[in-house]
Each structure stands twice: as C-alpha cells, then as structure tokens.
Design a protein around this ligand. Structure first.
Ligand code: 13P
Ligand code: SF4
Length: 357
C-alpha cells in the first residue's frame, strides 16, 4: 500500500542518512518527488551531480540519460542508481551512435575539414542532454558540446563562434526554436533523416544550411497545438501561455513564453497573485504547480492528460527497493558509463557547464 511504501522509504532514508542522495526531476510523480533531496530540471540535476556530493550513492529519479550524465559527472567511487532500468526516453532513443556517425561522415565528406578565414570549422556537433552517453562522447571528441533546454541559446552562441554550422541531435524542436530565436531563418535549417542519403537533403541545401536538425522529437511535447492555445485564450482572457521548447515551432510562436521546466516554475512563482497560466509541458509538473500555487489558476494546455510514460516508470516501490538494498549493502540498478565513452562525454558536459547562460 502507499502507506507501507512511505514507511519503508522513510525508514531506509533515515538509516542511510547522507550516504544516499536522491535527485528528482520535475516530471516525477509527487509520490516520488516528496523524497528527493534535490528537485530540478535536467541542468540543475547535472550540476548537483557535478558538485560531487559526499554521498556514496546517487539515486536518480528521472530517466536513463540523466543517470548516465550523473555517473559521468560524479566521482567514480560514487554509484548512480536508476530505480527502474526501463525508465528511458523515447526522444533519446531516436538517435543511435551508429546513425550519428554515418551522418557525420556524410557531412564531413560534403564540407571537408578546413576552417574559414575566421578560424571556424565547417560544422560543430551539439547534442541535447536527452541523448546517450555515446553521442555526448562523439560530440566531445569533435569539438562539440551538450546543451539543455535552459542553456540552449548560450550553447548555440558558443557553437557558432567556433563553427560555420551546427548539427543538432536529437530534438529538432529545441534546435529549431532556439536557432529561430537567435535570428537564424527557417530556410537556413535542414532536417536530417538518418534513413535517407544526405539526410534527405540536396547538397545545395546542406551547403547553405546554418543548422542541421536531427529528426527526433518528444512524444509528450509534440501533442501541444496552436488550436489548444487558441481555445485557452478564448476561454480564459488574460491567460499567460508558457510552453517547453520541445514543442513544435508554431506552438512556441503562438505561446507568450517558452522555457525549461525550471523556467516555467520560476515564472509562476514570480507572478503576482491571480495569474492564469496555460502550461505546455508534462502533466506531473503542471499538476504540482497547480496544487502548490492555489493563488493562481494553472492548467495543462492539453485537456487529455499527457504524462511522460518513461518518467512514470519510477514507482515508489522501486525507490523503496533500491534504498533497502543499499541499507543491506547491495547496490542494484547501477548505471555505469563505460570508460571508452565517458571521457569525451565529460569534455562535452564540462564545456556546457562552463558556458554562461
Ligand atoms: P528540462 O531540461 O526542462 O528539465 O527538460 C527535460 C526533459 O526531458 C523535457 O522533456
Ligand atoms: Fe524524453 Fe519527452 Fe519524457 Fe522528456 S518528456 S524524458 S524528452 S520522452
């Protein structure tokens, strides 16, 4: 029962004390998030791991790529545990390292490797945090970098200082929305479909492109539509529409603001009482904000509840199990990134952490 699980988790946590640190992403359900020592967006949680907390284990209540990142950034003697190994991310799975390598080989064959007069190489690889450690490693080894939704603009600025173009993995929407906000015209962006030669582009289109977007997407965020925004505005005059930048470009354009899960939270916290917010992101975060800030009217843009099904796989039962195993001296569900990929990935992550948003 929930009460029994609550008792077991609290008891294990009390026994472990600061030997275990629980990190929780904003999209986790309340029945999990209530036990987290640090709650945040993917950038904040990566930073929390990078501070190398004294704990012997980090229990990551989030998805697989986040736990991998924590393993790369935390000390090697520190175990990172993902309570349910089936908690992946469908977007991250849309780019495999083999496909990324093939894409890169085609781009290199087309662009060559010579820098321009300003010293900028033909193309810089940028990967969204929502990608495998192998892709982060690939980017790190080729002068590239990682970004999250909270620093994508600063990271793309960094990349354009070093490269004539950027290839962006795997979320087309974050890449497109960020580049557009920086003034890159949509017709200077090419989509890359890994199943087609040259990604489905003509050589001319790729030569002219400033941004090449992998054709990945988030199945939660692509559900939001311009029609939902129009309906929210019609029903709630004065509504503030805030969406995550993983939403399609027309949705971001129709919204009042867009930003990471932390941005959305801060915007609501800072608003004067009586605000009306239509939020385009995962439902667990939206419902938590609605409960915590009853002085506002807060609702999800999508009337059909849209949880992230993989985030939801972290059930309190798994959390109780991994904590109790730690109490017994057993480390289960450890995420270990192989040495061959962790050094390049660390380089790409450190470049990101050094960029000032
Ligand atoms: P944030 O970086 O905003 O936390 O987003 C992570 C994520 O997976 C959104 O779908
Ligand atoms: Fe991946 Fe989308 Fe879930 Fe975020 S919300 S973890 S991008 S599937």
């Amino acid at each position: 029962s929930p009460e029994e699980l609550d008792r077991r988790i609290r008891a294990a946590k009390a026994t472990l004390g600061n030997r275990a640190l629980i990190l929780g992403h904003f999209y986790q359900r309340d029945e999990v998030i209530r036990y987290a020592d640090v709650v945040g967006d993917s950038f904040q949680l990566a930073r929390a791991a990078a501070t190398r907390p004294a704990a012997e284990a980090i229990i990551f209540c989030g998805v697989h790529f986040m736990a991998e990142t924590a393993d790369i950034l935390s000390g090697t003697d520190q175990a990172v545990i993902l309570p349910n190994l089936a908690a992946g991310c469908s977007m991250a799975d849309m780019a495999s390292i083999a496909e990324v390598e093939d894409c890169w080989a085609e781009l290199e064959a087309l662009y060559g490797t010579a820098a321009d007069a300003a010293g900028r190489v033909p193309v810089i690889p940028v990967t969204y945090m929502n990608s495998s450690a192998a892709i982060k490693d690939f980017c790190g080894r080729r002068g590239g970098i990682v970004c999250t939704s909270s620093n994508a603009r600063a990271v793309l600025t960094w990349a354009f200082e070093r490269g004539q173009r950027v290839v962006f993995f795997p979320d087309q929407h974050l890449g497109r929305n960020t580049a557009k906000a920086m003034g890159v015209p949509l017709d200077s962006m090419s989509m890359w479909n890994p199943r087609l030669p040259l990604g489905g582009n003509s050589e001319t289109a790729l030569i002219q492109a400033r941004v090449i977007l992998w054709n990945g997407f988030c199945s939660v965020h692509r559900r939001f539509t311009v029609e939902q925004i129009a309906a929210a505005r019609a029903e709630h005059p004065g509504v503030r529409v805030i969406v995550h930048p993983e939403c399609p470009v027309e949705v971001v354009d129709a919204a009042d603001e867009n930003g990471s899960t932390d941005y959305i939270t801060r915007a609501i916290v800072a608003a004067p009482d009586g605000g009306i917010f239509a939020v385009g992101t995962e439902i667990n975060l939206v419902q938590r904000l609605a409960t915590r800030y009853p002085q506002h009217t807060i609702f999800c843009l999508d009337p059909v509840v849209c949880p992230c099904s993989t985030m939801y796989r972290i059930h309190p039962g798994y959390l109780a199990w991994v904590l109790e195993q730690l109490v017994e001296g057993e480390t289960v569900n450890r995420i270990r990134v192989a040495d061959e990929v962790s050094s390049g990935a660390l380089l790409a992550l450190r470049r990101m952490l050094a960029v000032q948003p």
